[in-house]
Design a protein around this ligand. Structure first.
Ligand code: APR
Length: 320
């Protein structure tokens, strides 16, 4: 059986990290595509030259022409610009929308059967626009945010409790932005929900609230430290987990920005929800019961996403 082909559209910080992780995990052959000449070629060659040391077999190719992504099984999209300090994800909308148009048309022409994972921000609006421009089925186009947001939540919780990150599960709903909804009662340490841990005296409500806020601000915290761009290691690792779930038909339950039409009372909007990812792409949306407070937070988050989608439609008439 031939190896899977994974196209990385955007060969910047996240794109390069994705290529390296995909090589180390032997998930398939990689094509790095970028408009910058030499960058994808240079990164592809550099990573290929590390393969004898780490002992992985995979082909790496850099390209500036969409023809190179032909027949890709998975496309991971990071093309666009990242945030600088003081910018919100939403500030990127105008520039990155134009990029999504070019990328969507490129995927439509050359890789219409791919499973597409968008990372470009503002995530929920960009994945919606990318789906519109590409015309691919909704279940084959999703956005990476929830895995990253819940990984940040899990890391902060593991630090607070002094336990392994492996034993902490966390649940984050909603848009990838300030309105994201970390759900404490569905987040656990070895199956024990966080509210029970407060009762057990492991932590306090105040400390949990501070961790929830730090999770919401997780991206900005990294931007503030890096100053020249945004996070790339954890976003790349998160998207690779999603690609692996698809390629290996793992049926993993992962939160991601998916097209929700029906569940949660939503009518066809891309927003972060728990999903099952397998060979069919987004095979299922897991609908959980929300209490009033959680529903109100989700509604607010959905409203923020709707606002961004409306902004996209006013900038690009073909989307209206
Ligand atoms: N087509 C292809 N590639 C493009 C295009 C385009 N139209 N426009 C820009 N790019 C490329 C740039 O040349 C650059 O190499 O996208 C790459 C983006 O890389 P970085 O600037 O390093 O950004 P990165 O940190 O990888 O983040 C990319 O993901 O998390 C989001 O907010 C982040 O939107 C940003 C994206």
């Amino acid at each position: 059986m031939s190896r899977a082909k994974i196209a990385l559209i955007g060969a910047g910080q996240i794109g390069g990290t994705l290529a390296h992780l995909i090589g180390l995990k032997e998930l398939g052959d990689v094509v790095l595509f970028d408009i910058a000449e030499g960058v994808p070629q240079g990164k592809a060659l550099d990573i290929a030259e590390s393969s004898p040391v780490d002992g992985f077999d995979a082909a790496f190719k850099g390209a500036n022409d969409y023809a190179a992504i032909a027949g890709a099984d998975v496309c991971i999209v990071t093309a666009g610009v990242p945030r600088k300090p003081g910018m919100s994800r939403d500030d990127l909308l105008g520039i990155n929308l134009k990029v999504m148009k070019a990328v969507g048309e490129g995927i439509k022409a050359h890789a219409p059967n791919a499973f597409v994972i968008c990372i470009t921000n503002p995530l929920d609006a960009m994945v919606w626009a990318l789906r519109e421009f590409s015309g691919l089925p909704h279940e084959k186009v999703c956005g990476m945010a929830g895995v990253l947001d819940s990984a940040r939540f899990r890391y902060f919780l593991a630090e607070e409790f002094g336990v392994s990150v492996k034993d902490v599960t966390a649940f984050v709903l909603g848009g990838h932005g300030d309105t994201m909804v970390p759900l404490t009662r569905y987040s656990t340490v070895a199956g024990i929900p966080l509210p029970d841990l407060v009762e057990m005296g492991w932590t306090t409500r105040e400390k949990l609230d501070a961790i929830v806020q730090r999770t919401r601000d997780g991206g900005a915290e990294i931007v503030g430290l890096l100053k020249t761009g945004s996070a790339f290691y954890a976003p790349a690792a998160s998207a690779v987990a999603m690609a692996e779930a698809y390629l290996k038909d793992q049926k993993r339950v992962l939160p991601c920005a998916a097209h929700v039409d029906g569940p949660y009372g939503l009518d066809g909007i891309y927003v972060g929800v728990p999903t099952v990812i397998g060979a069919g792409g987004i095979e299922k949306i897991v609908e959980i019961k929300l209490n009033k407070e959680e529903q109100a937070m989700l509604d607010k988050s959905v409203d923020a996403v709707r606002g961004l989608v409306a902004a996209c439609k006013s900038i690009e008439p073909s989307l209206a």
